[in-house]
Design a protein around this ligand. Structure first.
Ligand SMILES: Nc1ncnc2c1ncn2[C@@H]1O[C@H](COP(=O)(O)OP(=O)(O)OP(=O)(O)O)[C@@H](O)[C@H]1O
Length: 221
């Protein structure tokens, strides 16, 4: 269960203060798949970064399975995030110099898993996302859809319970979008993941369990 209460985020810059999130309340059940939709600038990415503890709110709280995540500090917060949340970004952010296998291993190596264990887990996940024959390919040698599959495998390498995806199909054509949806569905069935997915794709949003509309830093009710 994810419980978000009174979340606000303001940035201050040259042109004064910008209130990007203005008091978001949202509960998401374990295993639920939620689409976050809204116009550009509504605050979706900012919200996702805070929900996944990549950024701090100005005020408000996020409880994940009972843990008040912003009461954790430093290494404890990093550990909680690495073990609990996996991220998939629109522009997948794979490291171009490294193979698919090495990209997926990376979070496990950073978490000090042994290279053998990291490689075994990465291989298993790449096979699960249909990339068994592409383990040694570098991102530049893979299609957009394949790169996104690598990014999804990487997000899952630490066996998180929550998957946060920001426009996971944003730069893909409709057939590849459909394939990524089917993969996410398969992973949801297999791992019981809670999924929060920011998307502009009505097709993708419509297939999830619930659609949350964000508008001007608030959830539209
Ligand atoms: N670090 C920052 N400093 C100042 N303003 C910021 C910062 N990050 C985001 N913003 C502003 O917050 C607003 C919301 O941005 P955000 O990326 O969360 O929106 P979004 O709904 O994800 O948009 P899109 O669909 O275009 O990705 C924007 O007006 C943006 O300029």
């Amino acid at each position: 269960m994810i419980e978000i209460k009174g979340l606000t985020k303001s940035f201050s810059g040259g042109q004064g203060q910008v209130d990007v999130l203005r008091g978001i309340d949202l509960n998401i059940a374990s295993g639920e798949r939620v689409a976050i939709v809204g116009t550009s600038g509504a605050g979706k990415t900012t919200f996702m970064h805070i929900a996944g503890a990549l950024d701090h709110p100005t005020s408000g709280s996020v409880h994940i399975e009972g843990t008040d995540i912003f009461s954790l500090r430093g290494a404890a917060l990093d550990r909680f995030r690495n073990q609990t949340v996996g991220f998939v970004f629109q522009f997948h952010q794979l490291l171009p110099e490294f193979s698919a296998l090495e990209n997926v291993m990376m979070p496990a190596l950073i978490a000090r898993k042994s290279p053998r264990e990291a490689a075994d887990r990465a291989r298993e996940l790449l096979c699960e996302v249909g990339l068994g024959p592409r383990l040694e390919h570098k991102p530049g040698q893979l299609s957009g859809g394949e790169q996104q599959r690598v990014a999804i495998a990487r997000a899952l390498v630490m066996s998180p319970r929550i998957l946060l995806a920001d426009e996971p199909t944003g730069n893909l054509d409709s057939r590849t979008t459909d394939e990524i949806y089917r993969l996410l569905h398969q992973l949801h069935q297999a791992h019981g993941l809670t999924m929060i997915i920011v998307t502009h794709s009505e097709t993708l949003a419509g297939r999830l369990d619930r659609i949350v509309h964000m508008e001007d830093g608030l959830v539209r009710t």
